[in-house]
Structures are given as C-alpha cells and as structure tokens.
Design a protein around this ligand. Structure first.
Ligand SMILES: [Zn+2]
Length: 119
C-alpha cells in the first residue's frame, strides 16, 4: 500500500485530537483502522482548510477508527495533497469518500490527477 507520509496513526478520540493536532491548522488526514499485522488501512481521506481538529472530530463516531494527519503550508497544497491521496487510495471504489474532494469556495484550482473540474 502507498505510503502516507503522515503522523500517526492514533485512536480517533477527542482527547487524541487535542493532544496531537494543533488548533487551526490546515491539512489533510486519513481515517481508517489498524490490522493485527500493524498495517494501517485507509477508509477516508479528508481535509480542512482552517481547522483539522474540527474536521477530525466530525469523524470520531466509530470507536475502532484511527487517524493520521499532516499539516499543509497552504490551502492549495492541502487541496493538492487530498486529491493525490484520494486517487492513490482508489477513490470511491475503495474509500468512503462519496465524492471527489471539493475545491474551496471560489477557487479555480484543478485536481492534479484527474480532469473532474475541467468538464
Ligand atoms: Zn481528481
């Protein structure tokens, strides 16, 4: 499986989110679970343009869930990273992401991998 280049994984709990993730950081995260072998299996690739903590809390319902994350230097780099990982990990066929990652409101950025925004 592709390498995530992220911190973690940690159990996806409100305590861990506060302990490890800086407030008001833009970035990308993966939610998944850890196999007995130790391998991290990605179920969802998410992004926050303003606060990773808020986004992660919204995904903390499943008690077996674990998360990884990485901060991004800008909203654009967060968007690019999310798109790349979304495709790298199989898109809607293998992930729980129902739709292609969305652009921030008002941006004209295009996906670095596919032409979904050109149509
Ligand atoms: Zn794409």
């Amino acid at each position: 499986m592709a390498c995530l280049r992220m911190f973690g994984p940690y159990d996806l709990t409100p305590d861990n989110i506060e302990r490890y993730v800086r407030p008001y950081a833009a970035g990308v995260f993966a939610v998944g679970y850890t196999r007995e072998s130790g391998a991290f299996v990605v179920r969802y690739i998410g992004r926050s343009d303003s606060d990773l903590r808020t986004e992660l809390r919204a995904h903390s319902s499943d008690e077996t869930a674990r998360f990884k994350w990485v901060e991004s230097a800008s909203q654009m780099s967060a968007f690019d990273t999310q798109c790349e990982l979304y495709h790298e990990f199989g898109g809607p066929d293998s992930l729980e992401n129902d739709e292609h990652p969305a652009r921030p409101k008002g941006s004209k950025w295009v996906c670095p991998v596919c032409d979904v925004f050109d149509r």
